[in-house]
Design a protein around this ligand. Structure first.
Ligand SMILES: [Zn+2]
Length: 246
């Protein structure tokens, strides 16, 4: 009887172990599928933007400096191993920067010309890297198309969903969302995490505060129509939040 009980416990233990294994296997399968989807969408969006806008090659020293700052920041974000982060400068007078899924960061010449130091640049790029690090574009996409559609896609496409119609539809939706900008909550989170990234990389949050304060003096508290300098939250709120960070 006692032996039977022991065998029973052992069987339950083995079952629990197998169950946990299969749950973690299922999780890693879903994670790798979701990462593949993010990369597919990101690359498709990157192609659309670089076709639509003029990519600018900066003078050699400035280009080198931009990439150095960017690399330092990327090294200090969480997703630097799984994504290939890139920075692209595009000709556009709007003071704007934006991030696409899977590590594609863009900065407009209009914003670049307003930047006075590497630290300010690190603050702006850190904010964009933070959006990617915290999956903001993908979360917005999931909310927009619905989690059930994503789950159905997972069931039908499994490993290989490269150039399917669904993929094109999702990439289109993602591109439209990236033009709308993120929610107030996501912007404030990107500000906090962006400061964390820039400080880990050896920059001081004072630099991004300098940028915001100068911008506020010149343009007031609102910056309607611009994604990076979005209308919500107000610049004042962003400055106050960054100042309060430890
Ligand atoms: Zn943002």
């Amino acid at each position: 009887m006692r032996v039977n009980k022991k065998i029973g416990y052992l069987a339950i233990l083995i079952l629990c172990f197998l169950l946990l294994q299969s749950v973690s296997l299922a999780n890693s399968l879903v994670d790798s599928w979701a990462l593949g989807m993010e990369k597919g969408i990101g690359f498709s969006n990157y192609q659309s933007i670089t076709t639509e806008k003029t990519v600018v090659q900066l003078p050699q020293a400035q280009e080198k400096d931009l990439h150095n700052v960017f690399r330092r920041l990327v090294k200090n974000c969480k997703r630097n191993k799984e994504l290939n982060f890139t920075i692209t400068v595009v000709r556009d007078d709007d003071p704007n920067a934006f991030a696409l899924p899977a590590g594609y960061v863009f900065i407009n010449t209009g914003l670049l010309s307003m930047v006075k130091s590497d630290g300010e640049l690190a603050g702006i790029l850190g904010h964009e890297i933070a959006h990617i690090d915290r999956y903001h574009a993908m979360k917005a996409l999931y909310r927009s198309v619905g989690y059930s559609m994503i789950f159905n896609l997972f069931l039908i496409s499994h490993h290989n969903w490269g150039n399917t119609q669904e993929m094109s539809a999702l990439a289109g939706a993602s591109l439209r969302l990236s033009q709308l900008g993120y929610s107030r909550k996501a912007e404030l989170e990107a500000d906090r995490h962006g400061v964390e990234i820039m400080e880990k990389a050896g920059y001081n949050k004072r630099d991004i505060l300098n940028f915001w304060e100068r911008f506020q003096r010149q343009n007031g508290d609102s910056s309607k129509g611009l994604t990076f300098l979005s209308t919500h939250p107000a610049i004042r709120t962003r400055i106050e939040q960054i100042k309060k960070l430890p």
